[in-house]
Ligand binder design. Structure first.
Ligand SMILES: NC(=O)NCCC(=O)O
Ligand SMILES: [Zn+2]
Ligand SMILES: [Zn+2]
Length: 471
């Protein structure tokens, strides 16, 4: 099967140029001016950008959490992702203490393999380190191609791991070529503050933010970075929300540590005041870490622009307002944490970032796709438009205008946290390995077409591809 995309403007992390793209057997076979080939289909992309498909490094699809299960599964979640210009997701596989890790991974394969419409991989949660886990982790890297481990420093009595677990995970990752991801908040301090607020009768959603102060995120980020230095390992801090955490990442990177940071759209455009919305509507804006005071947004944008933060994840973790978020009526600590963002991550970032002049168009591609591919062992298969790469391509109209709304989104939830926001720029068609998933804004993919991705190991040597680009 051959396709030729003509007249589009290719944008990568490094270039912007007009050229035709020849696709054969799911790969990019040639790029050049005036390509003429005997093909099955010619796609006219005049006036559109051709972006490498977005890679979302942070999703929670069909994940049990907070006494319920996230509303989007691998089918609805990946369909929504594709509508939004994302062609790869890396989802967090939760694990259970005392259970073989491979059982948890099998559970995640079972939920995803017949449902995903785009390619996907898994990160693996490490909640304990013992002989069994230490024996299993290298096999998982080798056999499953799972080369990133997640350690929670918060959610006490649920997911939270201690510092020894984090440190030993960092040592293992160093030895076997994996990247350690952390949810960086001081869970003990947060737990104390939450209990105190509830004892004092403070139960509204805003107390979610007030009991998770930025200092708790900064402290945990700095602690994780220090342990990374001690282990001479590599660290990726997920969902960075505030200046205190950015400062710690910046300081670690100045020392030459391999510490990387991700932020999410919600921290770039929403703020703490949303939690004060009346009629319990503030619950829609409950994330951990919480939304921060507005001035933090500029710090995050600047950190993305200067390269101190490297990536944008969605932290897709959707719960319906009715029947799920309302579990926390009368007790903010019972509001399931998270929101629906997988669909809007890409175009919201284009609109707020590129259109508003905060980042260049090449930085946009780098942050939503290329660097993620490099850090998580997918480059150059994913994350760029180059000969030999998978033909994951977004045909994007940079001038289309739309208003974000739950009425029109494709996520399986009854609200959109960005309701009413106007964005400029929209995917028109999206190809995954050369096949349409979205064609002229309509879904034409098939559940089960998404392939599981075994990823390469993290390359830590100074001249590795990840390091060269990210320093
Ligand atoms: N971020 C959030 O509030 N929910 C998803 C789980 C996590 O990433 O901590
Ligand atoms: Zn988290
Ligand atoms: Zn998350």
């Amino acid at each position: 099967m051959k396709k030729l995309i003509k007249n589009g403007t290719i944008v990568t992390a490094a270039d912007q140029y007009e050229a035709d793209v020849l696709i054969e057997d799911g790969k990019i076979a040639a790029i050049g001016k005036n390509l003429s080939e005997n093909v099955d289909e010619i796609i006219d992309a005049k006036g559109s950008y051709l972006f490498p498909g977005g890679i979302d490094p942070h999703t929670h699809l069909e994940m049990p959490f907070g006494g319920t299960v996230t509303a989007d599964d691998f089918e609805t979640g990946t369909i929504a992702a594709a509508f939004g210009g994302t062609t790869t997701v890396i989802d967090f596989c939760l694990t259970d203490k005392g259970q073989p890790l491979k059982n948890s991974i099998q559970k995640w394969h079972d939920k995803s393999q017949d449902k995903a419409v785009i390619d996907y991989g898994f990160h693996l949660m490490v909640g304990e380190v013992n002989e069994r886990v230490l024996n299993e982790l290298p096999k998982i890297i080798e056999e499953e191609g799972i080369t990133s481990f997640k350690v929670f420093m918060a959610y006490k009595n649920v997911f939270q791991a201690d510092d020894e677990t984090l440190f030993r995970t960092l040592l293992t990752a160093k030895e076997h070529g994996a990247l350690v991801m952390v949810h960086a908040e001081n869970g003990d301090v947060v737990d104390f503050l939450v209990n105190k607020a509830l004892e004092e009768g403070n139960t509204d959603p805003i107390y979610h933010a007030l009991t998770r102060p930025p200092e708790a995120e900064g402290e945990a980020t700095g602690r994780a970075a220090a342990l990374t230095g001690l282990a001479d390992s590599q660290l990726y801090v997920v969902h960075v929300s505030c200046a205190e955490a950015v400062e710690k990442i910046e300081a670690a990177r100045k020392k030459g540590l391999r510490v990387y940071g991700e932020t999410c759209p919600q921290y770039l455009v929403l703020d703490q005041s949303y939690l004060e919305k009346p009629n319990f509507e503030g619950a829609k804006y409950v994330w951990s870490p919480p939304l921060r005071e507005k001035w933090n947004q500029e710090v995050l944008w600047n950190a993305l622009k200067s390269g101190q933060l490297q990536t944008l994840g969605s932290d897709q973790c959707s719960f319906n307002f009715k029947g799920q978020k309302d579990l926390g009526l009368g007790d903010f600590s019972k509001i399931p944490n998270g929101g629906p963002i997988i669909e809007d991550r890409f175009s919201l970032f284009f609109s707020e970032g590129v259109k508003k002049g905060r980042i260049s168009i090449n930085q946009f591609v780098d942050i939503v796709s290329t660097r993620i591919a490099k850090l998580f062992g997918l480059f150059p298969q994913k994350g760029t438009i180059a000969v030999g790469s998978d033909a994951d391509i977004v045909i994007f109209d940079p001038n289309a205008e739309r208003t974000i709304s739950a009425e029109t989104h494709h996520m399986n939830v009854d609200y959109n946290a960005f309701e009413g926001m106007k964005v400029t720029g929209e995917p028109i068609s999206v190809l995954s390995r050369g096949e349409y998933v979205i064609r002229d804004k309509a879904f034409v993919g098939k559940p089960g077409n998404g392939q599981y991705l075994k990823r390469k190991r993290f390359e830590a040597s100074p001249d590795s591809s990840a390091e060269k680009v990210l320093q």
